[in-house]
Design a protein around this ligand. Structure first.
Ligand code: AMP
Length: 305
């Protein structure tokens, strides 16, 4: 297995200035796996849903090469549900509802075929579950990437810090980096977070791009300036999926590869926000992905005088 992705597979209700989408497909692992599926066909998903989750959506994931052996389906139970509302500044949103449902007593069980995966992508979930997955790996993955959010920092900081110690790359947004480190300056925050464990830190800044830190070595990827952003939900997870999917097929996780991974992640995220839910992540073509990556190159290219 090239990549194992762990996270929620969920229903979301989303309100943005462009409209409302009710009980649409979402969840961190959904976005991660779909984005990664454009780079590798060897992905295993670890999650849990209730029997209310549409079979057609699961079939679609399988069609994209995502292995669902690690997805538990709980009869008579309800899938994770999240509702959020975005402000006119779409970098800000309020969580209106988080219903854990099946996630409340989820005990992940990694199928044998997942336990030697090259890359482990721990999407947003309870830190205890993320730790349980790490413990089930039989071989140390080449790279463990962890994504989390302020919700878990508020309710489970000690458990979260234990998992953070075990990962190579942490991806969080700027506010979360400040909350985790207690430092406003992102440069100082990165130094503190490195000391917590991760060799690499990715700070996501929404429409303002992403920063990759490895000590004093810093790389910046802009977000593609888009005329319309319909729904930013899942952009962070899509970024993580593009990033890890690219790394899964590109050899060693060197800083040079990670830099490229950040651009591939940003390119995939730029598609995600163009439609509600996973709409735009279905059926992307190689050509449109490559042409978007070229646009990133053009965006930051300049000649020294
Ligand atoms: P993002 O916009 O990248 O933060 O990801 C949004 C996705 O994360 C949505 O599809 C939600 O279903 C899922 N989500 C929201 N809150 C949580 C949470 N507390 N734990 C895990 N997943 C969540």
């Amino acid at each position: 297995m090239d990549l194992v992705s762990v996270g929620t597979v969920a229903f979301d209700t989303i309100e943005t200035p462009y409209g409302k989408a009710e009980r649409v497909v979402g969840g961190a692992a959904t976005y991660i796996s779909l984005a990664a599926s454009y780079f590798t066909k060897n992905i295993g998903l670890v999650s849990v849903v209730g029997d209310d989750f549409p079979e057609s959506e699961l079939k679609y994931m399988q069609k994209r090469g995502i292995n669902l052996e690690g997805l538990q389906i709980k009869e008579g139970e309800k899938s994770f549900f999240w509702a959020g509302r975005y402000h006119s500044n779409m970098n800000q949103r309020d969580t209106l509802t988080t219903e854990l449902n099946v996630l409340a007593d989820f005990n992940p069980k990694l199928p044998e075929s997942y336990r030697h995966a090259k890359i482990l992508m721990l999407g947003n979930l309870t830190p205890e579950i993320q730790m349980k997955v790490i413990r089930q790996m039989k071989k140390q993955p080449k790279l463990i990437v962890l994504d989390t959010m302020n919700f878990w920092m508020d309710v489970a900081m000690p458990a979260l810090k234990k998992v953070i110690k075990k990962v190579d790359v942490l991806t969080i947004n700027d506010e979360e980096a400040r909350q985790l480190s207690g430092e406003y300056s992102l440069v100082k925050a990165a130094k503190i977070i490195h000391k917590m464990g991760p060799k690499f830190l990715i700070v996501k800044k929404g429409e303002h791009g992403a920063l990759l830190f490895q000590g004093d070595n810093i790389f910046f990827a802009p977000a593609l300036p888009l005329a319309e952003v319909y729904d930013p939900t899942g952009a962070g997870d899509t970024f993580a999926g593009g990033f890890t999917g690219y790394l899964a097929q590109s050899g060693r996780p060197t800083m040079a590869n990670l830099r490229r991974g950040v651009i591939y992640g940003s390119a995939l995220a730029s598609f995600c926000v163009e439609e509600f839910s996973i709409g735009r992540l279905k059926g992307l073509g190689k050509r449109e992905i490559n042409s978007r990556i070229k646009r990133f190159g053009k965006l930051v290219h300049f000649d020294m005088p």
